[in-house]
Design a protein. Structure first.
Lengths: 89, 148
């Protein structure tokens, strides 16, 4: 196991209250038919298992500007792993 | 200490300004608290709750520039633990973005390690404001109706 010392790391926390059931919010985060409708409007691909892959795909506007095919935000993947474990119980 | 909160709301600057400054509307998303003021530069404002004796807060409107910018001082009065915090400043900035508005609320001139009650309610308040303007519905989060 590798010990990682993080220095000068800042954490931003965003909170929002949504009039919806937890399952509806979960679906809106993980299902591409929802993620296309907000944020940057890109599809997502979730392999819904612990350690499964997460991919946020570029939208048309990004591709028009020459952005690459896929991004892999590691922080999102970490968070997703925790949430998946919880969801699997 | 400074706390900044941003939210995008699908509404017009005029409707957003009215929702911020109209006491009846304000009570729908700010824990049931009503706010009354003449909304002129240098005027005072008061926050009160029907179920609460005395004022919940008060302050001065330093800048009133509808429907773009509102700067207020505020003294929290809803409990002895916040009264001792003294005066802080709240700046509301409305910027049209497409068919929506960006709302930035900056709560500053807070002392270091200020009581979280002073600024901790903003995410719930702004979420309730967004929900009300976009759907006409109320958020019924635990704290949303505490002063009714």
């Amino acid at each position: 196991m590798t010990a990682i010392t993080e220095t000068n790391v800042t954490t931003q926390v965003y909170r929002v209250y949504i009039k919806a059931a937890p399952q509806a919010i979960w679906d809106a985060i993980t299902m591409p038919e929802w993620t296309r409708r907000y944020g940057y409007g890109g599809n997502v691909e979730f392999d819904m298992r612990p350690e499964g892959a997460f991919r946020a795909l570029t939208n048309e506007g990004m591709r028009a500007m020459g952005a690459g095919g896929r991004v892999h935000p590691p922080d999102l993947r970490d968070r997703r792993d925790q949430d998946c474990r919880r969801a699997n119980h | 200490m400074e706390k900044v909160f941003e939210i995008y709301i699908r509404t017009t600057p005029e409707r957003l300004w009215e929702a911020i400054t109209d006491g009846e509307t304000r009570s729908k998303y700010q824990f049931g608290a009503r706010i009354t003021s003449e909304w002129t530069t240098g005027s005072r404002f008061e926050m009160s709750g029907p179920g609460n004796p005395g004022l919940l807060g008060e302050g001065e409107n330093l800048e009133v520039d509808p429907p773009r910018r509102l700067v207020q001082t505020m003294v929290a009065l809803w409990g002895d633990d916040v009264k001792s915090e003294g005066t802080s400043r709240i700046t509301w900035e409305i910027e049209p973005v497409g068919d929506s508005c960006k709302l930035v609320v900056t709560h500053d001139q807070l002392r270091e390690n200020a009581n979280e009650q002073l600024y901790g309610g903003w995410p719930m308040i702004l979420s309730g404001l967004k929900t009300w303007l976009e759907t006409g519905e109320l958020l019924t989060t635990p704290g949303s109706l505490m002063y009714l």
